[in-house]
Design a protein around this ligand. Sequence first.
Ligand SMILES: [Zn+2]
Length: 114
Amino acid sequence: MTWSAGLQPWLRPYAEALVSYGGSNVTVSSVYRSYSKQLELRNRWEAYRAQGYTSQEIGERFGLWTPALPGRSKHQQGRAFDVSGPKEWLTWLGAVWKSWGGRWWESDPVHFEA
Ligand SMILES: [Zn+2]
């Protein structure tokens, strides 16, 4: 089973093409998430916030880029995937993704959604 099986079928070819552009510089780190997985990520993020970390610090140190509330994440709908890699690669892939009509934000550079 390839990583893209966690995405809706119509999205798979675009996601696979994008990730292939990153070659060995990037890896897919998260695709489909259940409600409980999303809740767990959100709770971890909230705990870091309670310790005084900013959203940016939590993203950079712990790889948690402001997880959406459970039920509001595109990961739960098979419409999002996260990619790990150097910031400059993610920024470039984000520009490519947006040129194809996808959604990407500099504030959450690992996250690509449709
Ligand atoms: Zn994401």
